[in-house]
Design a binder for this molecule. Sequence first.
Ligand code: SAH
Length: 281
Amino acid sequence: MHKPALPSTFDLPARDYVRVVMVETSHSGNIGAVARAMKNMGLGNLWLVNPASFPDETSYARSSGASDVLDHARVVSSLDEAIEDCVLVMGTSARGRKVPWPVMSPTDAARQVGEYQGRGQVALVFGRESNGLSNEELQRCHVHIHIPTNPDYSSLNVAMAVQVMCYEIRMEYLRGLENSENNPQLKPITAPGDTGWDVPAATVSELEGFFAHLETTLAEIDFHRRDNPRQLMTRLRRLYQRARPDQMEVNILRGILTAVQKSTSASGRGDGGRKQDQTNV
Ligand code: SAH
């Protein structure tokens, strides 16, 4: 789908690599308010997963002149589509979940977003007004961001949550400008995408390919029981997403899985002796 390029009035470098993803928004006024919040902070890359109504009059009215963000917005039919080319996905949530995930404050998340400049696309994902993001959607994210609200009344309006995050990203950018004048620093090499790292970061779709391969292989060797999965794949997902593997690392992991598959099918082994216990998973 061809979309017009964002004009240079969007003044943050992050406008080129950070996208705001809104999942199944039910009130189009919130989409307009998000466009406004983004443009105020110098960002403009908006993705909408199955919005109830868009584009419409209400969204344009509430955007108060940020109509260019709405014109440029992409509408897609799944979260996968919105994040598949991303190397970092940050999901936002007003509440904790059963299996805790790495959770960052908005300020730390914005710092991390700043560090990803030049590494690839970054997505900030926001949930439905009614019930936020599902556990499955949150598990697609490398980290979660919680805006530290009143624990007894923790849920912000979604556009206000977007505003907080875009503000933090802008502040991080402004602090960086201040520092770079007086205090140029050597950039450490810490992760794929940093100058000096040898292989590009893996995208979401590459990691998803690995997870599917891992699940199949673990089922084949009877380590993973699909009729009784417990939290195994969730915990493995969390482990590998924490490591932020690069493309070659993902290829190596998949190569290992293929070798396991070949050797089990060659030996024609049944399941004797191979059943590892998942009791503690
Ligand atoms: N009632 C829903 C909350 C929906 S609020 C629930 O209990 O899950 C809509 C969206 O705004 C959330 O999915 C999240 O993206 C964002 N949001 C609201 N409050 C937030 C908070 N305190 N921290 C991070 N994101 C928040």
